[in-house]
Design a protein around this ligand. Structure first.
Ligand code: VGL
Ligand code: ZN
Length: 180
């Protein structure tokens, strides 16, 4: 069975947010379309969120590279207000431990074993950001044996370096991701 994973479509990764991705909000409409298709087909839809404690090690003040973002319970950590939630949706909070970075939705969440238990073997992945959480979620999914399709019109990159998004897409392709 196929499932959709929507990665980190949160206010802090959208324009005006603490770690804004250029055009990050542009993923919302294509993701909503995907969610409605999966919902109509009765397929599971999983939403991940970056959900950091205020003392997370990825923040500059704690030795990391990022401005504080997606602090659990704050408005910046909330999902984009226009993101469509099907009547049944699954929520995965990640990077919740102060001393562990977790870009992948699979890291420390139990997501893989749960997906296997409900017979999911194929994933469509979309969201933010191409070069961090999307990339790491895709790579883990492939390594864990899932067949993975990347929704190219529904991802955007942080681009700390201007070509990071392209590099990430090439890396995912080289590992066998399908592109749609
Ligand atoms: C992300 C940087 C820091 C992401 C999360 O969701 O891609 N990027 N934390
Ligand atoms: Zn983060």
């Amino acid at each position: 069975m196929k499932a959709l994973i929507v990665v980190d479509v949160q206010n802090d990764f959208c324009p005006g947010g603490a770690l804004a991705v250029t055009d990050g909000d542009k993923v919302v409409d294509p993701i909503n379309e995907l969610s409605k298709q999966f919902e109509a087909d009765g397929l599971p839809i999983i939403f991940t969120r970056d959900w950091h404690p205020a003392n997370h090690l990825s923040f500059k003040e704690n030795g990391g590279i990022w401005p504080p973002h997606c602090i659990a319970g704050t408005p910046g950590a909330a999902f984009h207000p226009n993101l469509y939630f099907p009547s049944v949706a699954f929520l995965v909070s990640k990077a919740t431990e102060p001393d562990i970075e977790a870009y992948s939705g699979f890291q420390g969440t139990g997501l893989a074993s749960w997906l296997r238990q409900i017979d999911v073997d194929e994933l469509v992945i979309a969201g933010l950001a191409t070069d961090y959480c999307v990339k790491n979620t895709v790579i883990d999914a492939i390594k864990l044996g899932f067949k993975v399709t990347l929704a190219l019109n529904a991802i955007k990159a942080v681009n700390v370096n201007p070509t990071d998004g392209e590099t990430a897409i090439n890396e995912m392709k080289s590992l066998g991701v399908q592109i749609v």
